[in-house]
Design a protein around this ligand. Structure first.
Ligand code: MG
Ligand code: ZN
Length: 220
């Protein structure tokens, strides 16, 4: 019975995700769902990314998923980018309905890219479609290179993988080649980018990946 109930939840979620996707795509928005463990550097990466995209003339907005606090949303707002918070009150993932409820709180018609920072968790966010164009999995070098083989589902579903905190690489045993090999074992075409939000190393490649997928409309 549990399995049946879970499947019904996912089916209901997928129906709302499809509505979100139609709405976001019809506005020409590129929507990216960032998924990674707590502390992997999602918010720091977003801060850096938003600054770079702003400099490139790309207008962004952010949905911040958090268990309890609004600290990350405040960090994003400080970048001068519209941000809304979804407080899951302990819930370990965002679902399509929670995203649908906050879409009206963002200036969607004045945006090119919508980032959704999911709740810090490598497991169940992978199972919940939010209506995004792609999932971006974020893994830091401080977490260990065994994560792709332990949590293959998110790496299979991802459109890109970011290995963050590359500036700390020499202080860890993280093996970039091994991590990349395990990611590609479940998802051969997966683009894997090594970067540091702190130093900016590798950020240009990530910017290139986003810009190639952004339908830049005439504005400004
Ligand atoms: Mg965060
Ligand atoms: Zn969950």
């Amino acid at each position: 019975m549990q399995v049946k109930v879970y499947q019904d939840v996912l089916d209901a979620n997928d129906r709302i995700a499809a509505l979100n996707r139609v709405r976001l795509e019809s506005l020409g928005l590129l929507t990216l769902n960032l998924i990674g463990s707590p502390g992997c550097g999602k918010t720091s990466l977003l801060e850096r990314t938003l600054q770079e995209l702003k400099a490139a003339g790309i207008r962004c907005g952010v949905i911040e998923g958090d268990l309890e606090t609004s600290r990350d949303a405040e960090r994003i707002s400080a970048c001068g980018v519209p941000a809304v918070q979804i407080n899951t009150k302990g819930g370990c993932h965002l679902d399509a309905a929670s995203v649908q409820r906050v879409l009206d709180d963002l200036p969607l018609t004045e945006m090119d890219v919508l980032f959704i920072e999911n709740v810090g968790n490598l497991v169940c966010p992978a199972g919940f479609d939010l209506g995004e164009a792609g999932k971006v999995v974020v893994l830091s070098v401080t977490e260990g290179d065994d994560k792709p083989s332990k949590y293959p589902v998110i790496f299979r579903k991802a459109s890109a993988a970011l290995i963050t905190k590359s500036d700390l690489l020499s202080h860890t045993d993280f093996n970039v080649d091994a991590a990349q090999r395990d990611m590609r074992a479940v998802n051969p075409p997966l683009p894997v980018m090594l970067l540091s939000a702190r130093t900016g190393d590798g950020i240009a490649e990530w910017m290139g990946w986003i810009l190639a997928r952004t339908r830049r409309r005439s504005h400004g």
